[in-house]
Write a protein that binds this ligand. Structure first.
Ligand SMILES: Nc1ncnc2c1ncn2[C@@H]1O[C@H](COP(=O)(O)OP(=O)(O)OP(=O)(O)O)[C@@H](O)[C@H]1O
Ligand SMILES: [Mg+2]
Length: 336
C-alpha cells in the first residue's frame, strides 16, 4: 500500500506504568495502514487494547514506542499550529454515549464547542444554522438543540456524539464501539448512518468493535487484536472465507449462522480460559495459553507478522514456512 496510505501505524506501543516497576502493555506493537475513503475495522475482546490504540492514534495519549503517520506527518511530533490543524482532520466517536457528553450542556453547546475552539462560523447565526444542519445530517432535528443529553435515548445520544465529531468537517473518524452500548434495534440504524455519512462526505474510518458480526458489514479490511497485538489482518470478505489464526477462527465460530442445518452440523471452537493479564503477558505467542493448537515453538518464540498470502497477514507459527506448522495443523484438524 505505502504511497496511498492516509494513516500509517508502525509498531505502535502504549504501556501504562502502574508504579513499582509494574507495566501494563495495553498496546504492544501494532502496525497497519488505512487508505483514504476506506473503513478499517479492529476487533478483539474486551481489554485487548482497542480503545487505547484509538486514543494513542489520535494523540490523546502519547505513545511509548512506534509511530503514527497521518498524511506523511508524525502525529506525536506535531506541535502548535500543526497539531491544531490535525485536531480538525481527525475526530473520535466515543464508546460510551452516556459518559462522553457533558450533562450540563445543551446539545447546541455540545456541538458548538469544537467550532468555537477552532474559530469556525464566528457569526452566531451562521453557527446556529450549521448546528441545525448537523442535527439533520445525523437524523435529529432543530428542536433537539436546546435539550440536555439526559432527555435522549442511547441511540440519539450517540447521534449527538456523531454530530459533534462532524462539526469540524473531519477527514478521518475513529469510531470506538459506537454501537455496543445501544439496543440491538438501533445498532443497525447508527451503522447505516455512519455508512451514509461516509459516502456523502468521503470520510475514512477506523471502526473499533468487539464483535466480528458487526464490523463485517462496515469494514473493507479488518485487523484482529489479541492482548495488545494484531494477530491477523486481511480484506473483510477474505477474513470470513479463510480465517487463518486460531483466535480468528474461534471468534468466527461464536457467530451464529442463520441456516439451522448448517448451524447444527457446525463445530464450535470454544476458547478455554480467560484473557491473560497485559501486566504479565505470556512469553512466546500471546495466544498460546488459550490456543487449542499450541505447539512447542509457541511456548518460547513470538510468531512474526508475515504475509501468508497476498494482502493477508498473520502472526502464527502454524503458517511459518520454516516450521512444520502446516502439517501439524492439518493433522490436528484431521485434514489429509
Ligand atoms: N489509563 C489507563 N491506565 C492504566 N491502564 C489502562 C488505562 N486505560 C486502559 N488500561 C488497561 O489497558 C488494557 C486495554 O484497555 P482498553 O480500554 O484499551 O481495552 P478495549 O479493547 O478497548 O476493551 P473494551 O472492549 O472493554 O472497551 C486493559 O487492561 C485496561 O485495564
Ligand atoms: Mg474500549
Amino acid at each position: 500500500m505505502g504511497k496511498d496510505a492516509l494513516l500509517e501505524v508502525k509498531n505502535l506501543k502504549k504501556h501504562f506504568s502502574l508504579g513499582k516497576e509494574r507495566i501494563l502493555k495495553a498496546v504492544d506493537g501494532v502496525s497497519f495502514q488505512i487508505k483514504k475513503g476506506e473503513t478499517f475495522g479492529i476487533v478483539g475482546e474486551s481489554g485487548c487494547g482497542k480503545s487505547t490504540a484509538g486514543r494513542t492514534i489520535i494523540g490523546l495519549y502519547d505513545r511509548t514506542e512506534g509511530e503514527v503517520i497521518y498524511e506523511g506527518e508524525n502525529v506525536h511530533k506535531m506541535t502548535g499550529k500543526e497539531r491544531f490543524a490535525f485536531q480538525r482532520k481527525m475526530q473520535m466517536i466515543f464508546q460510551d454515549p452516556y459518559a462522553s457528553l457533558n450533562p450540563r450542556s445543551t446539545v447546541r453547546e455540545i456541538i458548538s464547542e469544537p467550532m468555537e475552539v477552532h474559530g469556525l462560523y464566528p457569526d452566531k447565526k451562521e453557527r446556529l444554522e450549521r448546528i441545525y444542519q448537523l442535527l439533520e445530517d445525523v437524523g435529529l432535528n432543530r428542536d433537539h438543540a436546546n435539550r440536555y443529553p439526559h432527555e435522549f435515548s442511547g441511540g440519539q445520544r450517540q447521534r449527538i456524539g456523531i454530530a459533534r465529531a462532524l462539526s469540524l468537517d473531519p477527514e478521518f473518524i475513529i469510531a470506538d464501539e459506537p454501537i455496543s452500548a445501544l439496543d440491538v434495534s438501533v445498532q443497525a440504524q447508527v451503522v447505516n448512518l455512519l455508512k451514509d455519512l461516509q459516502r456523502k462526505k468521503g470520510l475514512t474510518f477506523l471502526f473499533i468493535a468487539h464483535d466480528l458480526s458487526m464490523v463485517k458489514h462496515i469494514s473493507d479490511r479488518i485487523g484482529v487484536m489479541y492482548l495488545g497485538n494484531l494477530v491477523e489482518q486481511t480484506a473483510s470478505t477474505n477474513l470470513y472465507k479463510n480465517p487463518l489464526h486460531p483466535y480468528t477462527q474461534a471468534l468466527l465460530s461464536a457467530i451464529p449462522i442463520p441456516d439451522p442445518d448448517v448451524e447444527d452440523r457446525r463445530e464450535r471452537m470454544i476458547l478455554k480460559g480467560e484473557l491473560p493479564s497485559p501486566i504479565n503477558p505470556p512469553s512466546g505467542c500471546v495466544f498460546k495459553t488459550r490456543c487449542p493448537l499450541a505447539m512447542d515453538a509457541c511456548q518460547t518464540v513470538k510468531p512474526e507478522w508475515q504475509e501468508a498470502e497476498a494482502d493477508h497477514f498473520v502472526a502464527c507459527h502454524l503458517y511459518n514456512k520454516d516450521t512444520d506448522g502446516r502439517q501439524k495443523y492439518s493433522q490436528a484438524m484431521g485434514i489429509k
